[in-house]
Design a protein around this ligand. Structure first.
Ligand code: COA
Length: 357
């Protein structure tokens, strides 16, 4: 894979993440749910998750992650000309959370919009940014995955609420430079809307939702929360992640032995290990932090990238596999060459104060 010739001509030059301070352990969930730490750890690998403070939203967390990515890339935010936020838990129906993030990080000249592909959101947003930058339409893009999943789970449903958490991650995308490492070599996006009922959440415009009234029809009360067929989602996730990963690696002209690190969507440790086994990747080359954050939906991959970079698990020139899966159903894989960031570890330092959007 030579990213600037056969790849997409765009690379990641900075990564950052923000997670809320509040930690909710499995032991704390035992107080209110008919569950145990042992059950949750054994079936999911999750030990704790973060919960956003009452005044935090997807845009405030996304802005903090964005500022961390900007510091990591050592760029002036005024030079960012595109902000894409992936979220299925936006601050509101509109405006796009990306516009609040654009303002808060000081990207005064950037266009901004949201992408919603559930847990596959960051990959969809990153693929979009790569195309903008590769085409020359944008010079520098900020891509954010940010979620307040704990506000859309049913806290009485033990089969779903133990899985999710809040947080945000971000990446800066710039043009690849001939002779320097870094570039996107292959990306695949897939979906199957016939399976939408396996994993979904209603919203204010769902027929029958509270507030979804009009003068011509009566509304039925319906809570806005995640509904999931866990076993079916599990099977689909393992199949989709492994098949698409293998396809993306082949498309990049590589083999599994070339992949230095796989950073998959963090939904469930068992899904990750099953996928790694199917594609023939030893777990030492797979990044896992689902134990600490649970499933933060579109934020899992950028949070994991920022942590992997800070942990020294990503080196310039490394071939990296990203793979995601989520409601839609929707899934993806991407193979890229790691460029390295200009200020390593900056992504995990406390970001500067964020202007209130
Ligand atoms: N604590 C204790 N017991 C629980 C529980 C919990 N938190 N949640 C479910 N159970 C129970 C079930 O009620 C069921 O009991 P029953 O046999 O008496 O009916 C039993 O555990 C087994 O349930 P099952 O659904 O078969 O368990 P599982 O091994 O499939 O694990 C999930 C359930 C949700 C962990 C698993 O299906 C999963 O992770 N699916 C993918 C979900 C996901 O990642 N979604 C997001 C994708 S982006």
């Amino acid at each position: 894979m030579t990213p600037t010739s056969s790849g997409y001509g765009a690379r990641i030059t900075g990564v950052g993440r923000y997670v809320p301070d509040r930690i909710v352990t499995n032991a704390e969930l035992e107080q209110t749910l008919d569950t145990t730490n042992e059950w949750i750890v054994e079936r999911t690998g999750i030990r704790e998750r973060r919960v956003a403070a009452p005044d935090e939203t997807s845009s405030t967390m996304g802005a903090r992650a964005g500022l961390a990515a900007i510091e990591s890339a050592q760029i002036d935010p005024a030079t960012i000309d595109l902000v894409i936020a992936a979220t299925c838990t936006p601050d509101g129906m509109f405006p796009a959370s990306a516009t609040r993030i654009q303002h808060a990080v000081g990207a005064g000249r950037a266009g901004a919009f949201d992408v919603n592909a559930a847990c596959n959101g960051f990959m969809s947003a990153l693929s979009t940014a790569v195309q903008f930058v590769a085409a020359g339409t944008s010079q520098r893009a900020l891509v954010v995955g940010t979620e307040t999943m704990t506000r859309i789970v049913d806290w009485t449903d033990r089969s779903t609420c133990v899985l999710f958490g809040d947080g945000a991650g971000a990446a800066i995308v710039e043009r690849a430079v001939e002779g320097e490492p870094g570039g996107v070599g292959a990306m695949l996006l897939r979906s199957d809307g016939s399976q939408a009922g396996l994993l979904w959440a209603s919203g204010p415009c769902t027929p029958g939702a509270p507030g979804a009234t009009n003068p011509f029809g009566a509304a039925l009360a319906q809570e806005a929360h995640i509904v999931m067929n866990g076993a079916a989602v599990f099977r689909s996730a393992v199949n989709a992640l492994s098949e698409t990963s293998a396809e993306a690696i082949a498309k990049a002209g590589l083999t599994i032995d070339d992949i230095a690190l796989c950073v998959p969507h963090q939904a469930n440790r068992r899904i990750i290990t099953a996928m790694a086994e199917r594609v023939g990747l030893p777990m030492e080359r797979v990044y896992v932090n689902v134990d600490r954050y649970g499933n933060t939906s579109s934020a899992t991959i950028p949070i994991a990238l920022a942590e992997a970079e800070a942990d020294g698990r990503l080196k310039p020139g490394d071939r990296v596999l990203l793979a995601a899966f989520g409601g839609g159903l929707s899934w993806s894989a991407m193979v890229l060459e790691w460029a390295g960031v200009r200020a390593s570890r900056a992504g995990l330092e406390a970001p500067r104060a964020v202007a209130r959007a």
